[in-house]
Design a protein around this ligand. Structure first.
Ligand SMILES: O=C(O)CCC(=O)C(=O)O
Ligand SMILES: [Fe+2]
Length: 336
């Protein structure tokens, strides 16, 4: 592991204890703070409900990020990770967690896969939502979509399977600060909510062609600590005997991602490594965890893929502060 400095603050600052101005005067809230009736919101025809802006105090706190220097993890073949531990301090991360869980809308996506003649229904084991648009298009301020090359409205059938949604301000503030400190640009924001230890993401790599070669993917964790496991993709037998071969039997790399931590996976990582959040019994996982990834899709297939697998066609789910769980949005309206 190596340590890299930040463009913004002197390296020595990162290793000193949190400054007294960070001390919280009251205990962290267990829910999103109530917002005044005139609080600004983002509202588009493609959103089922408006999404409030981040309160000014949270925007100001984000100006302090990153809170720790990044460590570079590149001591294994094809691996290149920057680990900000943390990127935002825990109290700010916990407020962001409650804000995002309390104000975004989520989905529990089902989709079918076909292997040979057998079709299987997959239930995504976590809540998901997504915002953004690939590089060939851009949003007009009203949320309609323009061709990036001409700034003219897109043909109505450019995205036949989905209705792309602008990134709401509350996530866009995080995107911008993440861009600065990871030195990459992003046009997509995917959000996962793991309600408890039963929710998970199985081993996969984010190596789709629509992300281009060697994609940079930034991933911010908020809420409960969960293990992030990484293992090298199986090395083909013809390479047996090579130094890479020992990776096939190596123990997975485990990053215990805590509230406020950010990792950047870059370079050859997606092409060669798999990652997962495995199921866990009890512990912190029951308090819920939000994960936000920022990515850059180059072509329209990326937009269709992300909306298909993170929004889908099913019910909208929202956090219910009384029941302290996600409930289908229509039921939420009826039961208050
Ligand atoms: O929740 C996480 O930390 C990982 C999420 C992830 O790998 C993904 O959304 O592709
Ligand atoms: Fe992933």
């Amino acid at each position: 592991m190596q340590t890299t400095g930040s463009k913004k603050r002197a390296l020595t600052e990162f290793f000193s204890p949190a400054s007294p101005k960070r001390a919280r005067k009251c205990p962290p809230p267990s829910e999103a703070k109530a917002l005044p009736p005139d609080h600004p919101h983002d509202s588009y025809t493609t959103y089922p409900i408006p999404v409030p802006h981040l309160p000014a105090y949270l925007c100001n706190e984000l100006l302090e990020a990153p809170f720790a220097a990044s460590k570079r993890i590149n001591d294994q073949a094809d691996l290149d990770i920057l680990y900000f531990q943390p990127f935002v301090p825990k109290d700010v991360a916990d407020d962001l967690f409650h804000f995002i869980r309390g104000h975004l809308f989520f989905y529990r996506v089902q989709y079918k896969i076909k292997r040979g003649s057998i079709e299987t229904l997959i239930n995504t084991p976590r809540y998901t939502t997504v915002f953004g648009l690939d590089d060939t298009s851009q949003f007009h301020t009203d949320g309609s979509i323009l061709e990036a090359s001409t700034s003219k409205p897109i043909s109505p059938n450019k995205y036949p399977t989905c209705s792309p949604r602008p990134i709401p301000q509350c996530l866009d503030e995080l995107r911008k600060i993440t861009e600065t400190f990871t030195e990459s640009s992003y046009n997509f924001c995917l959000v996962n909510y793991y309600a408890n230890g039963e929710d998970s993401i199985s081993y996969h790599s984010d190596d789709e062609r629509f992300l281009g070669a060697d994609p940079a993917i930034a991933s911010l964790s908020l809420g409960a600590k969960r293990d992030f496991l990484m293992k090298h993709k199986p090395v083909p037998p013809k390479e047996n005997g090579s130094a890479l071969n020992s990776l096939n039997s190596a123990k997975p790399l485990k990053l215990p991602l805590a509230s406020g931590d950010l990792i950047l996976m870059r370079g050859k990582t997606q092409a060669n490594w798999l990652h997962s959040i495995p199921k866990r019994k009890g512990g912190e996982s029951d308090q819920g965890r939000v994960n936000i990834t920022f990515r850059k899709a180059m072509v329209k297939g990326g937009t269709e893929n992300y909306y298909q697998y993170n929004v889908g066609k099913g019910a909208v789910w929202r956090w219910n502060v009384v029941k302290r769980e996600m409930v289908p949005w229509q039921a939420d309206v009826k039961t208050g």
